[in-house]
Write a protein that binds this ligand. Structure first.
Ligand SMILES: [Zn+2]
Length: 131
């Protein structure tokens, strides 16, 4: 199922965001509080909001596909920025981040174009031994 694939894909950027955040000065230990001015003005606010809105405890299964896709879009931006910072060439690099990005981008595009039903069929015609 497309939803399950998106859920699986969200794991990597979640770990990345979590690792990148500096929570030493955070009064909420990273639990984004919509009603706290500190969170609204915090420069980690967006990552924090995303991380805890997409936490494994946040009952992701209850989100609909559009919400998950939006979350994946943020994850894609985040990982792309990290890859750019590391100067990886996404087309040749085999690291977890680059591999994830290629796979996630593909899934994202598929979900957007709404050909989930055709995915299994399309897959049979694809040559998968590139690289
Ligand atoms: Zn890489």
């Amino acid at each position: 199922m497309m939803k399950n694939r998106i859920l699986e894909l969200l794991e990597f950027p979640r770990e990345l965001v979590r690792g990148d955040m500096d929570l030493e000065e955070c009064p909420h230990q990273g639990l984004y509080d919509l009603h706290d001015k500190i969170c609204l003005e915090c420069d980690q606010g967006e990552e924090c909001d995303w991380l805890y809105g997409n936490d494994e405890f946040a009952a992701l299964e209850l989100h609909d596909q559009a919400q998950l896709l939006k979350a994946l879009g943020f994850g894609l931006c985040y990982v792309r920025a990290a890859i750019a910072q590391w100067n990886h060439n996404i087309h040749v690099c085999q690291c977890t981040a680059c591999s994830w990005f290629k796979q996630a981008q593909k899934t994202y595009d598929e979900a957007l174009s709404g050909d989930e039903a055709n995915y299994a069929g399309l897959n049979h015609h694809k040559v998968s031994n590139t690289g």
